[in-house]
Design a protein around this ligand. Structure first.
Ligand code: GAF
Length: 391
């Protein structure tokens, strides 16, 4: 995306020149799914698909926002004195939540702003378009008011927006990846302590392919919240015999010893996923650091199977994409990525096989599922910031 083009689009909407341009990436999670609200490890990287924000300060207390992706909705206006959730304010509720919580932290902001937003992350594709918009808002507000607030604080306020303002009880994975990423790296993050390590993902002979099932199940948020409750219930039962505070603290060995305590089979399987996925993520990061990509791929595949069979967050389309990818030449590993219930899978594919892989996968998916899937080559990005620092 060109800065000049974004500035022009702002001008068409507001009839004057913009002042600054910001960018916030999306993310893929290489492994470590549904572990973040269980105090476990995740291993995401930010990607160059993301959300742009073009901004000019206003003299009054209003925010005027237009999205290039929803031009049919038009300009949405609200006052910073009333930052309550309103359904009719649509996508700008993400802005409202962030601004509300930032104000709670630093005090009332002196004036509003005009903003033109444009996103390149497909909606509902489990590539964190929401966290991208939250962190974009955070970075805009921080920069234009010159606030003394750290990137990590913005990450936490992004998660708060998701949890308290929008009602999705998500963990910190998405906001952390979008806010703290380093180009060329994936982050091994301990969601319990927020200690993290940037691990280089130099894959000179391979590409990471994002495979979008172009399907999203209804009631995704409620299904997600149910998974979280199930993990909490399983944990409570395990706490009768262990003193762990989260499933992420349990080793596989301890879990296997005590899993019979969990009375309900569904709860046992949810907890089993969280415990095994956590260890798998740690091991996967280790083998990647050691250069053993084949073993990394095996962990990816095992992660997908666990998300399908124990956690039950795949759908026909994502399951088909991952399992069909495993059978193709040059594929190191493949799995669903993100919250699930539709959205995307990722596959690591040998450079020279990429074109053939995408061609074959497209045909097979259409034949089996009945509509097209989309494929993108992932490129890593750094966390949200002023656009100049990306060019
Ligand atoms: C969604 C959530 F927002 C994350 O916090 C995480 O739980 C993920 O699903 C599953 O790993 O993206």
């Amino acid at each position: 995306m060109k800065r000049t083009q974004l500035m022009q689009e702002f001008k068409e909407q507001f009839n004057y020149e913009a002042e600054r341009v910001f960018f916030s990436p999306g993310r893929i999670n290489l492994i470590g799914e549904h572990t973040d609200y269980n105090g476990g490890k995740v291993f995401p990287c930010a990607i160059t698909m993301g959300t742009y924000g073009v901004v000019k300060k206003r003299k009054d207390n209003e925010i005027h926002a237009v999205s290039g992706n929803f031009l049919n909705i038009g300009k949405i206006t609200f006052n910073m004195a009333d930052l309550s959730f309103k359904k009719e304010d649509n996508w700008t509720n993400y802005l409202k939540g962030m601004i509300k919580y930032i104000q709670e932290k630093v005090g009332a902001l002196p004036h509003g702003f005009d903003v033109y937003i444009y996103g390149t992350i497909p909606n509902g594709a489990s590539l964190s378009s929401s966290a991208s918009l939250e962190l974009l808002t955070g970075i805009i507000v921080k920069e234009i008011y010159d606030l003394n607030i750290s990137q990590l604080e913005l990450v936490k306020l992004g998660m708060r927006t998701e949890n308290e303002f929008l009602g999705l009880n998500s963990g910190i994975l998405d906001q952390f990846a979008v806010g703290m990423a380093k180009k060329g790296h994936a982050m091994l993050l301990d969601t319990n302590t927020l200690v993290y390590e940037q691990v280089p993902v130099d894959l000179p002979n391979h590409k990471i392919i994002i495979m979008n099932s172009m399907t999203r199940r209804e009631l995704v948020d409620s299904e997600y919240n149910i998974r979280r409750q199930q993990c909490d219930l399983a944990l409570k039962q395990l706490q009768k015999v262990t003193d762990v505070k989260s499933l992420g603290e349990l080793s596989i060995e301890t879990f296997e010893k005590y899993k019979h305590i969990i009375e309900d089979d569904v709860l046992m399987r949810r907890a089993r996923h969280a415990v095994y996925e956590n260890e798998r993520t740690e091991r996967a990061a280790e083998v990647l650091k050691a250069g053993d990509l084949d073993q990394f791929g095996k962990y990816m595949n095992a992660s997908h199977i666990s998300l399908d069979e124990d956690y039950e967050v795949t759908i026909k389309g994502t399951d088909f994409l991952a399992r069909t990818a495993w059978e193709q030449a040059g594929v190191v590993g493949a799995r669903m990525t993100g919250g699930g219930f539709g959205g995307c899978c990722i596959a690591i594919v040998l450079n020279e096989e990429v074109d053939k892989f995408i061609d074959k996968m497209k045909g097979k998916y259409k034949d089996e599922i009945g509509h097209d899937a989309e494929f993108y080559i992932a490129e890593t990005a750094k966390g949200a910031g002023e656009w100049e620092t990306y060019e």
